[in-house]
Design a protein around this ligand. Structure first.
Ligand SMILES: [Zn+2]
Length: 136
């Protein structure tokens, strides 16, 4: 029952992630399931990152129980970090998006790095160690 709730609570984010994952697979990305999470990486999907402003580009992103990465190597390297975000989605559900944005805004208003000082990122970086590049 608890396991089902962990998947149900963030399901809107997961649905969005699965839609993005389907686009990546259509662009040649490869999908697999690791620890109950769909991971998609590689293919020409990384070209989509060019549409984001430089400050918002990422190597990997977690959307509920879906992790999108620029390559399989990135997914492997950032797995621990992204799995922390999966646990955060399980804890906060759809509230994760506004809470994440609020934490970034709070840090920005304090003159700090809105990414590195975001409380959700700090938790993920702590779990994964400090040697992780740009991930969300
Ligand atoms: Zn992150």
């Amino acid at each position: 029952m608890l396991r089902m709730l962990r998947y149900l609570w963030p399901s809107p984010a997961t649905a969005f992630g699965l839609t993005a994952a389907a686009v990546m697979v259509c662009l040649g990305g490869r999908a697999c399931v690791v620890n109950g999470v769909v991971e998609v990486g590689g293919g020409r999907g990384r070209a989509l990152a060019r549409f984001f402003p430089r400050a918002m580009r990422f190597e990997a992103i977690t959307l509920g129980h879906v992790v999108l990465g620029s390559s399989q190597a990135v997914l492997s390297r950032m797995r621990t970090h992204e799995q922390v975000h999966v646990r955060q989605f399980e804890r906060w559900g759809v509230l994760f998006f506004p809470l994440y944005a609020g934490s970034s805004l709070w840090q920005l208003l304090r003159g700090r790095d809105p990414y590195r000082q975001n409380c959700f990122e700090r938790e993920a970086f702590r779990a994964a160690g400090a040697g992780v590049n740009r991930a969300t």
